[in-house]
Ligand binder design. Structure first.
Ligand SMILES: O=C(O)Cc1cc(O)ccc1O
Ligand SMILES: [Fe+2]
Length: 453
């Protein structure tokens, strides 16, 4: 992206060039960036008067006293303090964007479910009106759990801004590009990349070149972090330098604008007379970022057996109970399958965690048919699932040669909490009524005699 591509009137920091143009590399770094030279105060955060007549404001992403290493905050130097970016609030109705707890008495969440892609349609839908909640888990008021959504976006937000006080959003595009113009800079996103938009950050979502569809994990809990690598050591999986945080960019634009706020599961609007994207410079470690899933370096079985899918964790949001995540974001991407004398596809299992999967691209080895790009599946807490008949037959008869598993990219939002289907997921989204039949034809092979069948 070059400076010419920016929204009209937006001024962006220079400095990051080459492969990082417009971004700064690293995960959880303490960054500093300024769109006008000499904006950031040196040696202090809150001078009596800020340069350029700006206002200093802190955005706290963790409690003041969160331990070092988890503590996140950013200092913003802005044209107006945020308090000028809101007015009196009015509640608005967004019936398709639901929050936990959302247990519909008429909906059965106990089951294995799969959906075809939700069609984009020709209705004008923005990032706000196009969000379609599929499942909710935990409780937004106690800041535990998550929601999974499909977004259908056919229109850019114009003079309209949004923030969620409830959640950090993990965005997984499947079709079409998105542009996030945020208080802290601009993120351009395409399928096979992901973005994290932190709680409280104000932004506008634009479509650079046509409709877009994808998935969102709304994290009510502690922020996503990189997983510990344990004995894997200091490299592989998601490497910190591949995460990219935008440089500062701001607009000084007076225009009648609407700000929508998600707060405790409810939506509110307020009207102001200017753009709230007015942060000229910032420093800190609480920021939005993106990551290219094609840079994920998977580690797997190099001799035998099929390890737990946790080896493919890109990001994990802790729950407070060690090793039991509020959410794991897991990636199944292309890789070599080399395990000897092993059933290579995922095994049959029941899981205390609940697994929502989405297909970004290609074919998933446990479900060669029916789980298509844009599609979603849900295997809820303690519900058995595993390869369909075709995948089982293939996995138990394939020659034990090294095979490149190509043309594949799926993800899993795995949470310790049961996921409840929304009414939309149960009644409006294209649910595959025959999904569970994929296990119907699995036959009994046992006949009481020893030996493999
Ligand atoms: O259910 C699934 O398809 C996801 C999954 C993949 C895997 O390789 C092992 C376990 C698991 O839950
Ligand atoms: Fe599973």
């Amino acid at each position: 992206m070059t400076t010419q591509d920016l929204p009209r009137g937006m001024i962006r920091a220079t400095g990051a060039t080459g492969p990082h143009e417009g971004y700064m590399p690293g995960f959880g770094n303490d960054f500093e960036t300024e769109a006008l030279p000499g904006t950031l105060p040196q040696g202090q955060n809150s001078p009596q008067k800020c340069n350029y007549g700006l206002y200093a404001e802190q955005l706290s992403g963790t409690a003041f006293t969160a331990p070092r290493g988890q503590n996140e905050r950013t200092w913003c130097y802005r044209i107006r303090p945020s308090v000028k970016h809101t007015g009196r609030f009015r509640k608005i109705d967004l019936p398709y964007w639901q929050s936990a707890p959302n247990v519909d008495p008429d909906v059965i969440s106990l089951g294995q479910y799969r959906w075809d892609p939700v069609p984009l349609g020709d209705q004008a839908l923005t990032w706000i009106t196009g969000m379609r909640t599929m499942t909710t888990a935990g409780d937004v008021n106690t800041q535990t759990g998550m929601a999974s959504h499909i977004y259908l976006v056919t229109a850019s937000m114009q003079d309209e801004y949004f923030f969620s006080a409830d959640s950090e959003l993990l965005v997984v595009p499947q079709e079409g590009r998105l542009r996030f113009c945020t208080e802290l800079g601009v993120i351009d996103l395409e399928p096979r990349e992901i973005a994290i938009i932190p709680r409280g950050l104000v932004y506008r979502v634009e479509l650079p070149d046509g409709p877009a569809r994808g998935f969102v994990c709304e994290n009510y809990g502690q922020k996503f972090d990189l997983p510990g690598r344990g004995p894997i050591g200091a490299n592989c999986l998601a490497n910190p330098r591949d995460f990219k945080c935008p440089v500062a960019a701001f607009e000084d634009r007076d225009a009648a604008s609407r700000v929508v706020i998600k707060w405790c599961g409810q939506f509110h609007e307020t009207f102001i007379d200017h753009s709230p994207l007015d942060v000229v410079a910032w420093h800190g470690n609480y920021c939005a970022y993106k990551y290219d899933l094609r840079t994920y370096s998977p580690v797997g079985a190099i001799l035998f057996d099929h390890p737990d899918p946790s080896i493919f964790t890109v990001l994990t949001a802790p729950s407070g109970q060690e090793g039991t995540a509020n959410i794991d974001f897991v990636l199944f991407r292309e890789r070599w399958m080399v395990a000897e004398h092993s059933f290579r596809p995922p095994w049959y299992h029941k899981n205390i965690m609940s697994e929502l999967m989405g297909n970004i691209h290609g074919i998933y080895d446990a479900k060669p048919k029916g789980f298509v790009p844009g599609g979603v599946s849900l295997h809820n807490m303690m519900l058995p699932h595993g390869p369909d008949r075709a995948a089982f037959e293939h996995g138990s008869t394939e020659p034990m040669q090294p095979v490149k598993q190509d043309n594949t990219m799926q993800f899993m939002f795995e949470t310790r909490f049961p996921q409840h289907l929304t009414r939309f997921a149960a009644t409006e989204a294209p649910l595959q009524d025959d999904y569970i039949d994929c296990w119907d034809s699995i036959e009994k092979k046992f006949d009481g005699t020893p030996g493999t069948k």
